[in-house]
Design a protein. Structure first.
Length: 122
């Protein structure tokens, strides 16, 4: 009779080991969730910068007059966020097209942003 009651459940040591394994797995999942949220925010910023750069490129390509050589800058907003853009137009001597480089940086208060560059020809 005594033997049956001893085998009926887990020992304290087995419970502690199981709890430690569960805690390590939970910490790993929490860290993974934090990294995933951070990457999602970075992708969101990058996507909006790319959309602004593509909009400026579309305006440049569809304008009947070619853009003036040199550098121009401006502000744009998208989804309630502010962006500063710079457009550099040059005429390489070896081709009969304009080389246009658009750079976009988010300027919304409280957001640190990298620069997105889009290069195309007209």
């Amino acid at each position: 009779m005594r033997r049956a009651s001893a085998e009926a459940g887990f020992t304290l040591l087995e419970l502690l080991v199981a709890l430690a394994v569960f805690a390590v797995a939970a910490l790993a999942l929490l860290k993974l969730e934090g990294a995933s949220l951070s990457q999602t925010a970075d992708l969101d910023q990058r996507l909006l910068r790319e959309i602004v750069a593509q909009n400026i490129a579309a305006e440049t390509l569809t304008d009947p007059r070619p853009p003036a050589l040199g550098e121009s800058a401006g502000q744009a907003s998208n989804m309630g966020r502010s962006f500063a853009w710079t457009r550099t137009v040059s005429a390489p001597p070896d081709i009969e097209a304009l080389r246009i480089v658009v750079t976009v940086r988010e300027t919304t208060a409280g957001r640190e942003s990298q620069v997105t560059t889009l290069e195309f020809a007209r």
